[in-house]
Design a protein around this ligand. Structure first.
Ligand code: UT7
Length: 333
């Protein structure tokens, strides 16, 4: 069976920078609280109407295709991970197929929130390994800003999330390099601890409007922050160790860990628990906030641009988020 590798990466973030001080104009919050609890200094928010989840995904995809040095027409499958699609249905994969002018190729949408990119990468890995496809476009893109409750009531959630997109081109590789393994997990018992409950088939728009309850927050993302934090700091090290153990490695063998950028405190906790050095962990949440499915491909793209990943390096991607879902991928670059 052949191996799969990431042949190119790209990303896109909106130009509009929203600082913590900007947020303090909208709600009772402050720069000191946000930095102390999350490490976030600023995030990018789309100016309403100027971009979309699929549009940002297309821009990241074009950069990844160029970086992979292939022709757009060589892409033979699309996998799109997001929790903030342009439409309730269809998912944004088909919009990418149309925007890139790709002739009726398959497009799959992945609904795994913060773990979405690693889940999508795992699907691509399997398709490449079986020989079904040769140049798969994997996208993680999110437009959070339009759906956040930007008031003091919503501050525990709205200060964290940012908009942006990242993409990878996954192609066949030789046996000495590429994706070594991927590890996917879920625990639906915690589904409502980090969720957007409605509008959905569980709670239709009509019902929300009919009830007219000002305290009904079902149409805003809800997060039980402390609860999510505690699970995250347990699951991240577990799933990273699972990947390392399966491949006969130890934490000191990792050249670069790119964790989902959920909260800088979570990344620092993982680093301490696993006794990793500063140069073994890549973080950019300070500049972009938490961009859920887009955070890993944006961070990996930047790490590559900064020369922090070289050929032969052992790279670990790991994520945890809503579902709960968590996942890792170990890659010999
Ligand atoms: O990406 C997917 C997974 N998501 C995560 O991994 C996120 C995990 N959770 C977290 O990162 C943290 O729980 C948060 C950053 C969301 C919150 O930090 P925390 O230390 O857990 O704060 P808290 O929710 O316990 O709130 C502490 C206090 C509260 O005030 P009182 O009750 O102590 O008076 C909050 O009302 O901070 C208050 N607070 C704020 N104050 C200023 C909550 N949000 C804010 C805010 N600005 N934005």
């Amino acid at each position: 069976m052949r191996n799969a590798k990431i042949a190119g990466m790209g990303f896109f973030v909106p130009e509009n920078i929203v600082t913590n001080d900007d947020l303090a104009q909208m709600m009772e919050t402050n720069d000191a609280w946000i930095q102390e609890r999350t490490g976030i200094q600023e995030r990018r928010w789309v100016i309403p109407g100027e971009d979309t989840t699929s549009g940002m995904g297309v821009k990241a995809a074009k950069m990844a295709i160029e970086n992979a040095n292939i022709d757009t027409q060589d892409i033979d499958f699309i996998i799109f991970a997001t929790l903030s699609p342009d439409y309730y249905f269809p998912g944004p994969g088909v919009q990418v197929q149309e925007a890139l002018g790709l002739d009726t190729i398959g497009a799959l949408d992945v609904r795994n929130q913060c773990s979405g990119f690693v889940y999508a990468l795992s699907v691509a890995d399997q398709f490449i390994k079986t020989g079904m496809y040769n140049n798969i476009l994997v996208i993680g893109s999110e437009l959070h800003s339009g759906g956040l409750e930007k008031t003091t009531r919503g501050r525990g959630v709205s200060v964290i999330f940012g908009d942006g997109a990242g993409a990878a081109v996954v192609t066949p590789s030789d046996y000495s390099s590429g994706i070594l393994s991927t590890h996917l997990h879920s625990e639906g018992a915690h589904a409502k601890e980090l969720a957007l409950i409605g509008p959905a088939t569980n709670r239709w728009v009509d019902e929300i409007i009919k009830d007219g309850d000002p305290d009904d927050l079902s149409y805003y993302p809800h997060m039980n922050g402390n609860y999510v934090f505690k699970h995250a700091v347990t699951r991240f090290p577990q799933v990273i160790m699972e990947a390392l153990t399966q491949n006969g490695y130890k934490p000191e063998d990792i050249d670069l860990l790119v964790p989902h950028q959920a909260n800088l405190r979570i990344a620092q906790f993982i680093q301490r628990t696993m006794k990793l050095k500063d140069d073994q962990v890549y973080n950019n949440i300070m500049r972009y906030g938490n961009t859920t499915a887009a955070s890993i491909p944006i961070a990996l793209s930047e790490a590559l641009q900064e020369g922090k990943v070289k050929k032969g390096d052992l790279v670990c991607l790991a994520a945890f988020g809503s579902g709960f879902t968590w996942a890792s991928a170990l890659i010999r670059w």
